[in-house]
Design a protein around this ligand. Structure first.
Ligand SMILES: Cc1ncc(COP(=O)(O)O)c(C=O)c1O
Length: 417
């Protein structure tokens, strides 16, 4: 299976842009991806054809209701869950902040929660604040500095009968490591703790499956998977049954209004559904799936095609990076362990600040991040919060030629260019 890269790139209007004849190199996907044309079209369509609140009897309102239903069905296929287990929100951070006090409502002194030193702070601070408000102990699952993997063997020492919640990231936005979240959630479930998975960095690269992972909460941000600025949240029925609602009195005590107060961004819902359609289309583009199959099946095939393409890019990048003088990579470099990482690479160049490297690449119209990207805990472990590190990310729309151009630029910068 091979992604037809030119056809895939043509699906993104922004990829054709150039500035003063210099094409844009988008290597900033871990912070936000470019938007598929069908997403832009879907959002425009909603704002022209169905610009109304839902619940009314007139044409535009009825159409809005249909859009909501279909967006929820798409998000449910994305997570592999029921339509009554999904809500939409502004972003992952605010969805976790929204849920934290509800989940913590019955925590008591003597209880504990488990977080990790690998997570983005969106999956740390909401739970830290809830724990502080309820007087609950906070424990941390560490990661190994050699293997860049969570120390899962320490779970039995960290989780006990008083553990109320366990929050873990699916893929790290700093190290790129894919974590065995099913193992963490199984350990949480065994003691009746709520299990929370931040899938923001895995969602653009692999099919999510809450049924296989066994979590209670999972979030993903659409602007990281080729859609608009919005996020989706899976809330298991088990969790719904034990948390209070977050709603105004007139709204129905059923999902999604039970946990998603106020008027949603209908256009962002339509855009998110279109981004999910784009991912499903990748399987057709690769020739591994027919358009007639159910959305979930097409999504799994589409993301498998994306993953295969990105694995090639990872292999190419790692091989080239080893020839760049003075590079220190903070993440898995072993080509036999590529299935344990996403294509997010954080590194430092000897003698150069991360801002200098990012600026030198920006001067070549190549877009990369520097700093620590809110990965407060991992950056603290590595001691790079002050000086930061460079982060490049590849996704299915990046080409081998772009990776070559980036490697060439990095080699030039490392040699003083
Ligand atoms: C792993 C991870 N979790 C959460 C977030 C926060 O997402 P949002 O901006 O949707 O709140 C990010 C953003 O970079 C992230 O990388």
């Amino acid at each position: 299976m091979q992604l037809p890269i030119d056809q895939v790139r043509a699906a993104f209007p922004a990829l054709a842009l150039a500035d003063d004849g210099e094409p844009r190199g988008y290597f900033d996907a871990p912070a936000g991806t470019q938007v598929a044309r069908r997403v832009i079209d879907a959002m425009g369509h909603v704002m022209v054809q169905a610009c109304a609140n839902d619940g009314g009897l007139f044409r535009t309102s009825v159409t809005t209701g249909v859009i909501v239903e279909s967006a929820i069905a798409s998000a449910a296929a994305f997570f592999n869950c029921g339509d009554d287990e999904v809500i939409f929100g502004l972003n992952t951070t605010s969805l976790f902040f929204q849920m934290a006090p509800l989940i913590a409502h019955d925590w008591r002194a003597g209880d504990n929660i488990l977080l990790t030193r690998m997570d983005h702070d969106a999956n740390v601070s909401p739970w830290l604040q809830a724990a502080a408000a309820r007087g609950v102990e906070v424990r941390f699952l560490e990661w190994d500095r050699e293997s860049f993997a969570l120390k899962l063997e320490t779970l039995p020492d960290l989780i006990d009968a008083r553990t109320r919640a366990v929050a873990v990231g699916h893929a790290s936005n700093f190290l790129g490591t894919i974590n065995d979240v099913a193992a963490v959630c199984a350990a949480a479930r065994a003691v009746g703790a709520v299990s929370i998975v931040d899938a923001v960095q895995s969602a653009p690269h692999m099919a999510l499956d809450v049924a296989a992972i066994g979590c209670d909460l999972m979030a993903a941000s659409a602007y990281k998977f080729f859609g608009p600025h919005a996020a989706i949240l899976f809330v298991s029925r088990r969790l719904q049954a034990i948390i209070p609602p977050l709603k105004v009195r007139p709204s129905a005590d059923v999902m999604p209004t039970r946990l998603a107060p106020g008027t949603p961004a209908f256009e962002a819902m339509a855009g998110t559904a279109a981004a999910i359609d784009h991912l499903a289309w990748l399987g057709e583009a690769a020739g591994t799936m027919s358009a007639a199959q159910p959305l979930r099946q097409r999504l799994v095939a589409g993301l498998a095609a994306a993953q295969a393409h990105e694995t090639d890019l990872m292999r190419q990048f790692l091989a080239g990076l080893s020839d760049v003088p003075g590079v220190a990579l903070h993440g898995i470099a072993n080509p036999n362990r590529l299935h344990e990482r996403v294509a997010t690479f954080t590194f430092e160049l000897a003698g150069k600040s991360s801002a200098d490297v990012a600026a030198a690449l920006a001067a070549r119209n190549m877009f990369v991040w520097h700093g620590y990207y809110y990965a407060w805990e991992p950056a603290g472990v590595l001691g790079v919060k002050e000086r930061g590190a460079v982060r490049v990310g590849f996704t299915h729309y990046n080409s081998a030629a772009e990776v070559d151009a980036l490697l060439g630029a990095l080699a030039g910068i490392a040699r003083g260019g």
